[in-house]
Design a protein around this ligand. Sequence first.
Ligand SMILES: Cc1cc2nc3c(=O)[nH]c(=O)nc-3n(C[C@H](O)[C@H](O)[C@H](O)COP(=O)(O)O)c2cc1C
Ligand code: SF4
Length: 489
Amino acid sequence: MATLRTVAEFREHVRSLGVDIPLDDSLQPGASDPLAQPYRLGDRTIGNRFAVLPMEGWDATAEGLPSDRTFRRWKRFGASGAKLIWGGEAVAVREDGRASPNELLINDANLSGIEALRTALVNEHRDRFGSTESLYIGLQLTHSGRYSKPHDHNRPEPKIVYRHPILDRRLKLADDYPLVTDDDLKRLTVRFVDAAKLAFKAGYDFVDIKQCHSYLGHELLSAVDRPGEYGGSFENRTRFARNVIEGVRSEAPGLKIGVRLNAADWRPFKPGDDGRGIPEPWPLESAQTQADRGESPPYPYAFGGDGTGLGIDLAEPIRLIDQFHAWGVELLCVTLGSPYYNPHFLRPALFPPTDGYKPPEDPLVGVARHIAITALLKKRRPELAFVGSGYSYLQERLAEVGRTVAARGMADFIGVGRMALSYPELPADALAGRAFDRKRVCRTFSDCTSSPRNGLASGCYPLDPFYKNLAEADELKRRKSLWNENKGK
Ligand SMILES: Cc1cc2nc3c(=O)[nH]c(=O)nc-3n(C[C@H](O)[C@H](O)[C@H](O)COP(=O)(O)O)c2cc1C
Ligand code: SF4
């Protein structure tokens, strides 16, 4: 991307990839800028079409309260100029569902901390922009399921809802490793509803009932083998989401409901001989025998997948989005893939994190995939407010593409993830027609992911002076070079 200096070069490169990324450069900043248009949601107005995506920092206290670094990040979100704050970051609804001992936790004891985060963001926004009238803020509620590590960064304590032949092997789970029981899912439903009530009390406009990124809500959607009330049929696999959403609607009337949804998923990937990502073989041990028999058993564990583990079929996600609409969900944030086992789908990037692999495709193909899937779903359910993801790799072209996507109604909001860490004010600069500060444009170095994978707090170590100057920056460099030396051993 960094070598594509002009719009013409960008267009030519995108064409050579055989994908479509819309960019109409007749659309300009100013009063008619599609990104500057307000969005009407019920009786509220959201002031523009930029959204900050949830970005956790692995920097909460042991109790699950925000630290100074958490406050700093949220203030920067407030300073971004985006009028929709999608969830802030993942907040666990129960101790056993924290993705790390430094994930935020929502409960009665922590309510004032969760409230203070929102207040800090709102105050920062007011200081910068003079008003907070059309600012709309949600809180992302989650249970980390298979990727729970509540006590120690190095000690996974997975809460799995079904046996996954590849992922169980990666986590070294014993054959008799227990599944989360139906009774526990019922207790967890109550926890989600209670957490939503607390978020409402803390002043949040909506909650995101997270259904993405291989955490518990998402894993349930592909629980095809699970016996009982929460597995097998589409109705059973979506029961948990439905019960939480219905519970929130009846117990916190007035609180809006959003869902961050994995619209598609794929097989886990791993580094191939040249370090590039390749999909895990499927089926596993029996592959040869099955292939000998000319059989190709389906890969059933990718929600939104076509049964091969490599392709997309949006029939079930569309059916689910129709249900969400019927259940009263009003906002939908579209995302893809998993941060743990196929991150290139989720975060198109040139440089892999230390536990990753070199990109198996031009990252612009990943950007185009996000845009196309979101546009298709928006067309299907125009009543919902749609937020797109995966734009940061566009770098200097982020606003121009975002403007075109918004103008064409392919998404209502342009979500900004990694860019909000390196250069939070990019939305404000884009809306004001100011030239971008090129030194702060996210170059997808992936240090914000490599740091937590190495037990360190997340942040933009390469470009944000605050992180660049921390002792952790040297530690991260040391661990990255160790990883480079040991690769493949
Ligand atoms: C450091 C880091 C933290 C993230 N934290 C969250 C999170 O708490 N919740 C979530 O839904 N997604 C999270 N994501 C995913 C982002 O919200 C976003 O989907 C992804 O980075 C792709 O968008 P981008 O291209 O703008 O970065 C995180 C990503 C990164 C890199
Ligand atoms: S560390 Fe900074 S530059 Fe690298 S991906 Fe994260 S935000 Fe972007």
